[in-house]
Ligand binder design. Sequence first.
Ligand SMILES: [Zn+2]
Length: 232
Amino acid sequence: MYLSSIRMPQLRILKQKELEGHFEVSVINRRGEVTCPRCGRVTTKEHDRGQQLKQDRRLRDKVVFLTLMKRRFRCLWCGKVFTEPDEVFGSRRRSSCKFREYLGQEALHQTVKRTAQKEDVSEGLVRRCVAEEVERRLGARGATEIPEFIGLDEFSVSGRRLYHTTICNLVKREVMEVVEGQGRQKVEEYLDSLSSPEIVKGMAYGYRNMDNFRLRILATNSKGTGACFHTY
Ligand SMILES: [Zn+2]
């Protein structure tokens, strides 16, 4: 058993094999009954099934391709034939929600290009995942802990020339917040919004390209609380 169902508890693994470059895994949803979207009553009558190819997060450095057995059910009460809902992948998506979440988070730390190369997916998919991740984070504001060192980086979402700035806890290497917009003013606003900005000793710009992590002191920030750094 290469892939345990821990990763996707809603799915049952029908078969799986390990090939030279990837895994092939057939899965089906565990549910035995569905609610009819027309009359709201429950049915267990399977009508037919089809296959959909999906991609999931790598396992031991190999890409995981999933074949989802997607069923259609027939309502015994009103006769409607309908496709079962898909919470794991989402309607008409070719990758799992968890994988897309992972891609979005990775690309907040690294560049879109590198994330796409590493995970063997298109840059377009990674950009969409970043946009989804940003939406989630904009919806859940408010970092609790203020770190001594903050990292900042700007990125555009979906090439729409709409820039966001990610603010990262450099000590824990976690993205704390994503703010809309870019530039120094956004950073100042963010510092102003903190309850104790004096805790921040330094800030690094462009942390997503920290291949050779070096810091250069740019200037003391306007709060007099520490220094701004630039990574290059
Ligand atoms: Zn029905």
